[in-house]
Design a protein around this ligand. Structure first.
Ligand SMILES: *Cc1c(COP(=O)(O)O)cnc(C)c1O
Length: 574
């Protein structure tokens, strides 16, 4: 048996990991995660024997595609995916030993086909921030350069090249071919196909595989001047694009709304994923495509494996130059991205911190406490001291401040109906028509900076006895809602299940899918609830408490430690 070509023998085996991807959220190959236009599926359903028994005829579709691209039909060549276009360029231009300039890291097929053709590949590294290495590239182009390859935007970095830089390259490489792969041009929003009129050394490749969602049909095309297109035509097989691809491509061009609205959604969804990754302390690189390169460092392997277990596929690029520790994360719809982010949060942060709201995160001395005082004074016409309120709170657990107020009034010998107490209390707390209530006096206590740091390492949640609306109002008012992956309020459990019953804490842990947690609270009931839920707790003294008795009580009931300022939490948890 004769040996194969030397270049082929030396090539590494490449088997695309495309098996077993059905039914999963496929963020690994940059395809359209919604599939394709329904019009494409409908058109394929109507396929007849005539459509498949006859060799394909390209004229009609070529005309429609040229119209879509705003070029002449003689300036377009259909290929079996862009892959065949890449190979055709190598076959048409590269002789043994010819120089190909290739910025890396990039799509693998350039190197593969250039090697088979016997090219000498001059790899130019992207800058360390993954920006386009224009200077180095221009410097690398010489009289010996046969082909310059640009991918715009690039895969896997997402880097875009602007048009004036492309023009500089086209001019510098006037005696070479410049191949620009625009597989993701829709997401970037710009194509340089118009430059073929002015620069006869330019070949642009585009594909139906990505935004159009037709990867399985293998339909791509090259755009260049008529002479170059005729030349490329010679080296590809005459029927490389099949009839079903033509039928699908035609239908796809008739439903551009599908692509446009998908692209718009992906852009929005990408901004969301980037923002969420940044909040988790994960670095991403600016991307103009439908994927982002995210640096998970030494958690890279773990992230890929855990996501896969959750049926989300992403692509590790950890072994590529300049992208050590990086995963290429495809961007899908808003909903798909939400699911991705939820899973990433769960993977990156196993441990949970649950917070009580009042007295821990929010200073309520001039709101709830004041409402207790004023309500009691209203009904008893006697002064209610804050210290008495606190000792009542410490001595006996009250599910909420209404019951505490009721007890305070009862202790003075007055019998008032609970619902009247509640009404007066709410009037003081919320004010009239949402104005001048004590709620306006509330202050947020845990610094956003510490909270952002905790957010990177822990899943944060709130377990409070507040009514739902009042809990969300304060979280939104201070712009803190985003930090908390779950918020359990009075609305989520029956009154008899309130703390110290572990129900509300257990509910939060169930929602977060973890039991490695600590509860931060300021009352004996908080600490007891944590103990009943079999998790650790940390006590915090609210700002209005001066006595040592609470500290002692919290410790006696099982608080691991008691802080006099919630902002010391960062240090304790390290
Ligand atoms: C996905 C991809 C292609 C492959 O396109 P096909 O048309 O499916 O062959 C080409 N170039 C780049 C940069 C890609 O990422």
């Amino acid at each position: 048996m004769p040996p194969p070509k030397k270049a082929v023998a030396e090539m590494e085996q490449y088997t695309a990991p495309t098996e077993g991807r059905r039914g999963k959220l496929r963020l690994d190959f940059n395809e359209n995660t919604l599939g394709c236009s329904q019009k494409v599926v409908d058109a394929l359903r109507k396929v007849t024997a005539d459509d498949v028994s006859v060799y394909p005829a390209y004229g009609e579709f070529l005309g429609e595609l040229a119209r879509y691209l705003d070029v002449d039909a003689s300036e377009v060549l259909l290929t079996n995916g862009s892959d065949e276009g890449i190979k055709a360029v190598m076959d048409a231009y590269i002789e043994q030993g010819d120089e190909v300039v290739l910025p890396v890291p990039t799509f693998a097929m350039f190197k593969a086909y250039a090697s088979i053709a016997g090219a000498k590949i001059n790899e130019i590294k992207y800058n360390s921030d993954l920006s386009f290495p224009l200077k180095q590239l221009l410097a690398a182009i010489s009289g010996k350069t046969k082909l310059v390859i640009l991918v715009n935007p690039n895969n896997p970095t997402g880097t875009a090249i602007n048009e004036c830089d492309i023009v500089r390259i086209l001019k510098k490489a006037k005696d070479s071919i410049v191949l620009i792969d625009e597989a993701y041009w829709q997401y970037f929003g710009k194509s340089c196909k118009g430059l073929i009129k002015k620069y006869d050394n330019l070949i642009v490749l585009q594909t139906f595989s990505k935004a159009f969602g037709l990867a399985g049909l293998r339909l791509g095309y090259a755009i260049s001047n008529q002479g170059t297109i005729s030349l490329l035509q010679k080296v590809i097989s005459p029927y490389s694009v099949n009839s079903l691809a033509l039928i699908a491509g035609k239908a796809a061009l008739q439903d551009l709304d599908f692509v446009n609205s998908y692209v718009a959604e992906v852009k929005e969804s990408k901004a969301y994923v980037e923002r969420e990754l940044q909040r988790l302390g994960i670095k991403t690189y600016p991307s103009k495509a439908n994927f982002v390169l995210a640096n998970f460092g030494n958690k890279c392997v773990l992230v890929c494996r855990k996501l896969k277990a959750k049926k989300i596929l992403v692509r590790s690029r950890a072994n590529y130059p300049l992208s050590e520790g990086c995963v290429r994360v495809g961007i899908g719809t808003r909903q798909q991205s939400f699911r991705l982010v939820q899973e990433l949060k769960a993977i990156l942060r196993r441990n949970v911190i649950l917070f009580d709201l009042d007295g821990v995160l929010v200073d309520v001395s001039n709101s709830y406490r004041l409402a207790i005082k004023k309500t009691a004074e209203f009904f008893t016409k006697q002064t209610a001291r804050l210290q008495d309120i606190q000792s009542l709170k410490e001595r006996r657990g009250y599910n909420n401040d209404w019951d505490l107020t009721l007890a305070l009034i009862a202790a003075k010998g007055f019998k008032i109906r609970r619902k009247d107490v509640i009404r007066k209390f709410q009037e003081f707390y919320l004010g009239c028509n949402g104005q001048n209530g004590f709620i306006g006096n509330e202050k947020w206590m845990l610094s956003p900076k510490i909270l952002s740091e905790l957010y990177k390492k822990y899943r944060l949640g709130i377990v409070t006895g507040r009514p739902k609306k009042e809990a969300y109002t304060v979280l939104k008012k201070f712009n803190m809602l985003d930090f908390f992956d779950c918020v359990v309020t009075m609305a989520d459990y029956k009154e008899k299940l309130a703390k110290p019953n572990p129900f509300s804490i257990n509910l939060a842990l169930k929602q977060l899918g973890s039991r490695q947690a600590v509860y931060v609270g300021d009352s004996v009931d908080d600490i007891k609830a944590a103990r009943n839920a079999k998790i650790e707790s940390i006590g915090v003294l609210p700002p209005y408490v001066s006595s040592d008795s609470l500290k002692q009580l919290l410790t006696e009931n099982g608080a691991k430690t008691v802080l006099n300022d919630v902002n010391k939490l960062g240090r304790v948890l390290k």
